[in-house]
Design a protein around this ligand. Structure first.
Ligand code: 1PZ
Length: 215
């Protein structure tokens, strides 16, 4: 079904876009990857303005990737695999310190990729949570296990404060707009492995090219 910014949307539709990311031979389509992130940001925005600093950063990264996709060399950006190959072969990536290419596709996508690991952990802990679980705790546990190690102290503090303002589990489920808690759990049971696969393929690709630490 159609979703627009002013319409109540269903998180299932967002997570389904990650299904479209994978090609038959397990390449990741950038267009759908970016669309998935767009949907997540829309969801994040419904949680309130305290998350604005997070969504702003995600949006700016999404925009960088969209301009590459739509730009002159867009044909090289159809998959993450083709992007990495193209940018590395043409020296379009700052490998050790930020210089001529501070907003390469590779370094920009890496930031979202690291956040995808947080999402995977967070959604999986929501899936196995119980009625008395606190979303703020689940969120910060997932964050500390993943993204936090790439963030400065200031960002970690700000993130920690924002997590405390997350809605409780039941309200969070309601905002997801998927249905009963059982339906949410079932939906997450499908979504998490999907996100995990996209994450792992990207992780392996970046590891193979030794670009997991791009500045
Ligand atoms: C549901 C609650 C949402 C919690 C989201 C958890 C992630 C917290 C991230 C807080 C960091 C935001 C501030 C920006 C930090 C940037 O410095 C870094 C590195 O980029 P660089 O400075 O190197 O250019 N940016 C990121 O790590 C990307 C963060 C994207 C987070 C997207 C979250 C989407 C949430 C979806 C909710 C379902």
């Amino acid at each position: 079904s159609v979703t627009s910014d002013d319409q109540k949307f269903c998180l299932k539709e967002v997570l389904d876009t990650f299904r479209l990311c994978l090609s038959e031979n397990k390449e990741v389509y950038l267009e759908h990857y970016v669309a998935g992130w767009r949907g997540l940001v829309r969801f994040l925005n419904t949680l309130g303005s305290v998350f604005g600093f997070i969504s702003k950063d995600a949006v700016s990264k999404i925009q960088i990737l969209v301009s590459l996709l739509k730009g002159e060399d867009g044909s090289h950006y159809s998959t993450i695999q083709s992007m990495v190959k193209y940018e590395l072969e043409n020296q379009l990536v700052d490998l050790t310190k930020s210089g001529a290419h501070p907003t390469s596709g590779c370094r920009t996508l890496l930031r979202l990729h690291r956040a995808l690991r947080w999402l995977e952990l967070f959604l999986d802990s929501l899936r196995t949570s119980t009625e008395d679980s606190k979303t703020s705790v689940l969120c910060s546990v997932a964050y500390n296990e993943s993204l936090a190690k790439f963030h400065s102290w200031v960002v970690r503090k700000a993130a920690g404060m924002a997590f405390c303002l997350l809605p409780g589990r039941q309200d969070f489920f309601d905002i997801m707009n998927v249905g009963t808690p059982e339906q949410v759990v079932a939906m997450l049971g499908e979504a998490v492995p999907l996100i995990s696969e996209v994450y792992q393929i990207t992780e392996d690709l970046y590891a193979q090219h030794n670009i997991l630490d791009l500045p």
